[in-house]
Design a protein around this ligand. Structure first.
Ligand SMILES: N[C@H](CCC[C@H](N)C(=O)O)C(=O)O
Length: 280
């Protein structure tokens, strides 16, 4: 099976082109094996680029390193768009891609025939507690108190198709990200588990984010997470609607558009290498 390694702001996935390859019988097991950084290809998960069954240009199916399937992946979607364009599956510079958060529109900036920056309309954030889903108090769950690891945090929860818990902190330390991140991921307040963002506010237009991802652990960036942070910054009165977020692997530009209530996210998408998977 051919695969291509791609990354967006250092959030790296193994991509399988299922227009050419057969979708595996056990996609979760393939994801677990390929994602392993020592025994496999290495990545934050596996993304299958499939023909759409809803009339879109392609369908992104994303599996975390632990084999769990996620509804959405913001950095992955930029890379899927680049792959679909650069490999000639569809050559338009605007694509419609099917995800667990519906069909999303993606605009490609192309240089010398290759996409290098990609802008995604991430759709509208979901802030209704039952739909996120979360059992946190408050609807929307903004500045809610959450107990984790014997400590108390003030958090804001948002779904971008997948669930997020945003924690504003003075400093996003290892102790918080690696120690508290997994505790929040598995908190009973989040029945489908949750992705966790620890965020420092640098100004009303600039933030720094570290992410503990559901099913994959710490990653260098998270696009749906950055979108959730953009929303949480506005809902808690900390930031403007248009912000730059610095992640460990690069920057993402985010805007929560007032007119259509959608989140627009712009960032890089890079193809790194291709190979042939011969089994785990
Ligand atoms: N890194 C991805 C999100 C993966 C989320 C996944 N870990 C989940 O279980 O929802 C992004 O750029 O949006």
């Amino acid at each position: 099976m051919r695969f291509t390694k791609m990354q967006g702001a250092g959030n790296d996935y193994v991509y399988i082109n299922c227009f050419a390859e057969q979708f595996p019988a056990d996609p979760a097991e393939v994801a677990r094996q390929m994602s392993d950084r020592h025994f496999g290809v290495g990545g934050d998960g596996v993304i299958y680029i499939c023909p759409s069954n809803q009339g879109a240009d392609a369908w992104m199916r994303m599996f975390n390193a632990d084999g769990s399937e996620s509804e959405m992946c913001g950095n992955g979607l930029r890379c899927v768009a680049k792959f679909v364009h650069d490999h000639g599956i569809k050559t338009a510079t605007q694509l419609r891609l099917q995800t667990g958060a519906g069909i999303l529109t993606v605009d490609l900036e192309v240089k010398a025939g290759k996409a290098h920056r990609v802008r995604v309309n991430m759709g509208q954030p979901i802030i209704e507690a039952a739909k996120i889903p979360t059992l946190l108090p408050g609807n929307p769950p903004v500045n809610a108190t959450l107990e984790a690891g014997g400590r108390s945090f003030e958090v804001t929860s948002v779904s971008m198709g997948n669930p997020h818990c945003v924690v504003f902190v003075p400093e996003a330390t290892d102790e918080l990200v690696l120690g508290i991140g997994p505790k929040i991921e598995h908190s009973p307040m989040f029945p489908r588990r949750v992705n966790v963002e620890f965020v420092e506010v640098l100004s009303r237009t600039e933030l720094r984010q570290r992410t503990w991802e559901r099913g994959s652990g710490e990653t260098l960036a998270c696009g749906t997470g950055a979108s959730a942070v953009c929303v949480a910054g506005v809902l808690t009165g900390r930031t403007q609607r248009k912000v730059t977020i610095h992640l460990l692997g690069g920057d993402l530009e985010l805007e929560w558009n007032e007119a259509d209530n959608c989140i627009y996210k712009t960032g890089p998408a890079v193809e790194v290498f291709s190979g042939e998977w011969v089994g785990g």
